[in-house]
Design a protein around this ligand. Structure first.
Ligand code: 3PG
Length: 213
């Protein structure tokens, strides 16, 4: 699957911090049951790569990716674990379109966007979206950079999601609000499925391209 296909799967990509690998599969199942299929497991915990492998092996409906990928080595390790895409908070030195799995690089400014476009990327994570300018920044970037599409992430919650998804240059948004820490700790998978279903039902302005699986 290309990054465009992955971003088209659902309007929201859950950003997951998995502390206990035993939570990985039930959490992924709770989210996919709600209709969110592209899942970003951040490489911030010792359990992350094992969690990715477990989800890749056991949750058919999930398209699992790695988040917080900050080096070429981490991109490779994520791919080896079974991740099908990688997300970075920034531009990784030396990393371009070529690589073991598609990469969604993070940008926060026009200059970073220009550097990413120069490397061939057209899809970007806007990060941290709510801090660097949010919806007004996305609008300001749309005119000089009509070829760029975004997955804004950082500080977005259920209340703010609709405004972001209403922007024509937003393919999807990322966020952790669909898998709250307390619900994961309580193994309250039903609540997570409800949050996921509400997120999956959010309308988006940008028509997703046909999905080729
Ligand atoms: C992150 O890197 O933690 C993501 O951007 C998620 O941000 P959020 O917790 O504000 O949704």
């Amino acid at each position: 699957m290309t990054l465009d296909d992955i971003m088209a799967l659902a309007p929201v990509v859950p950003v997951l911090i998995i502390e206990d690998v035993a939570d990985a599969v039930p959490l992924a199942r709770a989210l996919t049951r709600g209709g969110l299929r592209a899942l970003e497991v951040t490489l911030r915990t010792p359990a992350a790569l094992e969690a990715i492998a477990a989800i890749a092996g056991e949750v058919e409906d999930a398209v699992v990716g790695a988040g917080t990928v900050t080096s070429a080595t981490a991109r490779q390790a994520a791919a080896r674990a079974g991740a099908r895409f990688a997300v970075s908070p920034g531009l990784i030195p030396g990393e371009g379109l070529e690589g073991p799995i598609p990469l969604l690089p993070g940008v926060a400014t026009a200059t970073e966007l220009m550097a990413g476009l120069e490397r061939g990327f057209t899809a970007f994570k806007l990060f941290p979206a709510s801090v660097v300018g949010g919806v007004p920044l996305l609008r300001a970037l749309s005119s000089p950079f009509p070829q760029a599409v975004f997955c804004p992430t950082g500080g977005i919650d259920a209340a703010k999601a609709a405004d972001y998804l209403n922007e024509p240059n937003v393919a999807c948004i990322g966020g952790s609000w669909v898998a709250p820490k307390a619900a994961v700790a309580a193994r309250d998978w039903d609540t997570i499925t409800e949050l996921a279903a509400a997120a999956a039902a959010l309308p988006r302005r940008r028509a997703p391209p046909p999905i080729l699986t």
